[in-house]
Write a protein that binds this ligand. Structure first.
Ligand SMILES: [Zn+2]
Ligand SMILES: [Zn+2]
Length: 428
């Protein structure tokens, strides 16, 4: 029988040398899951470095324990590195933990002293309407970088309330042609549309539930702790009935416009609408894994016919095929299930995930590896919204494991008006 204090004592003494705090944390979860909260709260009093097992403990707590724990950390007011990291995770998973002290969060963000920093701006989506209105009404005249007014305007911009976002954006950038204006609006997940805004992503993602054969491949090379952790993580299988089914992997009849080899199927969705994608027919999302990102700098675009099948965009077709530097094997062909993401996991950050969480999802907000970057549709010029993202580590037909670049994430975009998809990956 293990306990929280023993795990922390051993870690303080030995670190990761001849010591396996991750395995101990997983054991603690099996034996006494309620003690994961003790582990996190007791760790706050200790100067721990590289304590990724604490992140794992947070991820594996049930929703109630997590909510209670992050609320206690926020109330405690500690400005330690660990407390900041915990509050960063709360901004994504449980932003309600900061209520009703929104002004205090704003000060912490503005002053950059302790408190949440990098991910804190995700928390603003949980601010109540009355507070947002109050903040808009008394928005400081000085919105220059580093000012309190700027921090407040950013909070309004990240509130996910389109009217509020638009007003804050106009105040921050009276000149819409300011080059910073577009990137800030993209970061907030919107594009200008007529007199208002258009959302560039949905709010309710579906996680891709991989088949048993895919999971065997994906976990085969992983250490035991990661296998156990992923099995327990609700993003891999929330235990709920799937809301849709899809087909992944294999090669298609259509060919790449650059190398003329068969396209690689990413996901065929018989009912995209169930996944929040505007199309009244099925869609076959595909790319050329050999060429994307290597032989073309920008995104690869495809036009989709009435049956949903992709054709290389005419702007990206070559008469003479090029020879890719590496010929990629298609992804392993499999039927996958789509599960509604549990509320706590609707927003996920690529860095926070750190190999624990399933980031392969249809719909919802993108988990950018780098900065927010939605491509313009090559046919109408409008910014394309996010349809899906696929993380690295996908099994391939030849037994390989597909990495986007050095291990990044791929983003699939969709223009419903033109029925054009775009594929672009980011890595570190
Ligand atoms: Zn190609
Ligand atoms: Zn378009």
């Amino acid at each position: 029988m293990t306990n929280a204090a023993d795990i922390l004592d051993a870690y303080a003494r030995l670190g990761w040398k001849n010591n396996d705090p991750m395995a101990q944390t997983l054991q603690l979860r099996r034996e006494a899951p309620e003690a994961l909260a003790d582990l996190v709260l007791q760790a706050l009093d200790r100067p721990l470095k590289n304590a990724t097992f604490i992140d794992a403990a947070l991820d594996l707590m049930d929703d109630h324990a997590y909510g209670t724990t992050v609320a206690a950390v926020w109330r405690g007011g500690s400005d330690s590195e660990l407390a900041s990291a915990i509050l960063d995770s709360a901004a994504l998973q449980h932003p309600e933990a900061f209520a009703p002290e929104w002004e205090r969060l704003l000060s912490a963000v503005h002053e950059g002293r302790g408190g949440p920093e990098y991910l804190a701006d995700h928390a603003w989506r949980a601010v109540d309407d009355a507070t947002l209105n109050d903040w808009l009404n008394r928005l400081e005249p000085d919105l220059s970088a580093g000012s309190l007014g700027r921090a407040r305007a950013i909070a309004l911009l990240r509130s996910r309330r389109p009217g509020m976002v638009h007003e804050a954006w106009r105040r921050m950038f009276p000149d819409a042609a300011d080059p910073e204006a577009a990137s800030w609006l993209m970061l907030a997940g919107y594009a200008p549309h007529g007199v208002g805004l258009r959302a560039l992503h949905g709010e309710r993602p579906l996680h891709i539930g991989f088949s048993a054969a895919q999971r065997r491949h994906m976990l085969a090379q992983q250490p035991a702790w990661r296998r156990e952790l992923q099995k327990a993580h609700p993003t891999w299988d929330a235990g709920a009935a799937p809301v849709a089914h899809a087909r992944m992997g294999g090669a298609l009849a259509s060919v790449c416009g650059l190398c003329h080899a068969p396209l690689h199927r990413l996901l065929t969705l018989p009912d995209p609408f169930a996944a929040g994608i505007a199309s009244d027919t099925g869609i076959e999302f595909a790319t050329c894994l050999s060429c994307q990102g290597w032989e073309a700098d920008s995104a690869l675009f495809y036009r989709h016919g009435p049956d949903g099948s992709p054709q290389a965009h005419p702007g990206q077709r070559r008469d003479a095929p090029l020879t890719p530097e590496q010929i990629a094997s298609p992804l392993l062909e499999a039927d996958v299930a789509l599960f509604e993401a549990p509320a706590r996991w609707r927003w996920q950050d690529w860095g926070e995930s750190n190999g624990r969480q399933n980031l392969s999802r249809v719909g919802g907000a993108p988990s950018w590896v780098q900065s927010a970057d939605y491509p313009a549709c090559p046919d109408c010029g409008q910014d394309m919204g996010l349809a899906m993202q696929l993380d690295s580590g996908l099994p391939q037909e030849d037994g390989g494991e597909w990495l986007w670049g050095s291990g990044g994430c791929n983003y699939t975009f969709w223009c419903a008006t033109c029925r054009v998809s775009g594929q672009r990956w980011q890595c570190t």
